[in-house]
Design a protein around this ligand. Structure first.
Ligand SMILES: *[C@@H]1O[C@H](CO)[C@@H](O)[C@H](O)[C@H]1NC(C)=O
Ligand SMILES: *[C@@H]1O[C@H](CO)[C@@H](O)[C@H](O)[C@H]1NC(C)=O
Ligand SMILES: *[C@@H]1O[C@H](CO)[C@@H](O)[C@H](O)[C@H]1NC(C)=O
Ligand SMILES: *[C@@H]1O[C@H](CO)[C@@H](O)[C@H](O)[C@H]1NC(C)=O
Ligand SMILES: *[C@@H]1O[C@H](CO)[C@@H](O)[C@H](O)[C@H]1NC(C)=O
Length: 393
């Protein structure tokens, strides 16, 4: 009895500790009122922009002209785009919104958000968790819906992260400025490099938060720093984005996630993989179509060390992807593996949303000798096991 009650207390203390540590850092998912659907005290103003007083947006701190916008609302004859739900916020010139979240110091986090342009030509959004920041260019519209989701990653320098979205613009019309919505955070982990594959996160399963009900995928803009990539292991080395897609809304060759290459040479993903100089290797990957009515032909340019190969996707009624490979010889102890789309593709249904070939399950293996190596390893393991059994008996 005493024993069981002590155990009980211990267990509850443990549970409490667990609950406490779980509450300490922010959970993966939407930030507080990240969809801006929580009404401010006094309700949403039906005529935003008329009152000049500071707006209060539950969960967020604001500075400058920040307006709550409602779907269907018009401005100068143009209907404002609200990515999801009924509300979003618009940032005027130099205006910002921010929210503080508890994070794990040193850990890598990604921030996913949706953004739409309004009237300004050169709209951009500065996303930051000081001292890290990135300016996301909203000039290119990737989808015909008029908005896109983006992801950005940062390494937590402190246990407290202030996530800030600022409109760096200085437009003549102060009501022009980006609309943002659906802000989420996710702690990322960098997957271990598999034993028989030099590529990290080659199946693209680890990446930024994606809302289950958002069907446009998440754009990964330029990011040259592999240490803080929203797609661990990979960098986006082009000035345009690639799209991170999920199997709920797209055809994905393996697992739940993959990458769709957009904008021809302007959308490049790459990774530096560890290799042994002068050894023969094989790069293998899945090449497919996303099931998004993308106009054919689809093709990728695949780079591995000294090789560059143009590979066309062959439509096949039985499968949405094929396996492709490139043989190469490593020249150094690090080899660049990269992909871009050969064509500039758009969807056949709306003629303007950008789309392209899908890449997944990227592997780089030593070719030829690998079978012998694994055969040998298996034999050694078998011998060890038998020895162990003998000793135990
Ligand atoms: C608001 O922004 C202005 C201009 O960027 C800055 O000078 C001021 O310190 C900010 N105020 C707060 C409370 O952050
Ligand atoms: C999408 O899901 C989020 C929560 O995951 C929810 O807040 C939002 O309202 C949903 N949007 C729509 C349009 O259903
Ligand atoms: C973006 O904002 C951060 C933090 O406010 C600032 O340090 C950085 O210089 C800004 N970047 C640009 C390009 O405005
Ligand atoms: C699809 O599968 C069927 C049955 O397995 C086969 O006869 C056919 O040739 C396949 N078609 C293609 C294009 O591979
Ligand atoms: C790569 O080499 C293997 C044999 O080692 C061969 O089966 C394969 O077809 C080659 N791939 C290409 C694209 O040449």
């Amino acid at each position: 009895m005493i024993w069981s009650s002590t155990l009980c207390i211990r267990l509850s203390v443990l549970a409490l500790l667990f609950a406490f540590s779980a509450a300490a850092a922010v959970e993966d998912g939407e930030l507080i009122n990240g969809d801006f659907e929580t009404p401010p005290t006094g309700g949403f103003s039906s005529e935003p922009g008329i009152s000049d007083g500071p707006v209060t947006i539950p969960g967020w701190k604001t500075n400058g002209t920040v307006e709550a916008v409602e779907s269907g609302e018009k401005q100068g004859g143009m209907i404002l785009i609200v990515p999801e739900g009924a509300h979003a916020v618009r940032l005027g010139n130099d205006a910002e919104i921010s929210q503080e979240v508890a994070v794990e110091k040193g850990a890598l986090y990604s921030v996913t958000f949706s953004a739409a342009r309004t009237c300004a030509q050169l709209e951009a959004l500065n996303v930051s968790v000081p001292p890290a920041s990135q300016t996301i260019d909203l000039q290119t519209l990737y989808s015909v819906q008029g908005w896109d989701s983006y992801a950005w990653a940062f390494q937590a320098a402190e246990e407290n992260a202030k996530v800030v979205f600022r409109n760096p613009g200085m437009e003549d019309d102060p009501t022009c400025g980006p609309i943002i919505d659906d802000i989420a955070i996710k702690k990322l982990f960098v997957p271990d490099r598999p034993k028989d594959n030099a590529v990290v996160n080659g199946d693209f399963e680890e990446g930024p938060w994606m809302f289950r009900n958002e069907s446009l995928g998440v754009l990964l803009p330029t990011n040259l720093d592999e240490e803080t990539s929203a797609l661990p292991g990979w960098i986006v080395e082009s000035n345009r984005a690639v799209r991170y897609i999920d199997y709920y809304h797209f055809s994905v060759p393996g697992g739940k996630r993959a990458v769709e290459l957009l904008s021809g040479k302007e959308g490049i993903i790459s990774q530096m993989v560890e290799t042994k100089p002068n050894k023969p290797y094989r790069l293998t990957f899945s090449l497919g179509q996303a099931g998004d009515a993308c106009k054919q032909p689809l093709a990728v340019m695949a780079f591995a060390g000294d090789q560059a190969q143009n590979i066309h996707y062959t439509p096949n009624s039985n499968s949405t992807f094929q396996t492709a490979n490139v043989n190469f010889t490593a020249r150094a102890d690090r080899t660049r593996v990269a992909f871009y789309s050969v064509y500039y593709n758009t969807r056949t249904d709306d003629m303007s949303s950008l789309c392209g070939p899908v890449v997944d399950d990227v592997r780089v293996e030593l070719s030829g000798s690998s079978m012998v190596r694994f055969g040998g390893l298996g034999l050694i393991l078998l011998l060890c096991c038998q020895l162990l059994v003998l000793v135990l008996v």
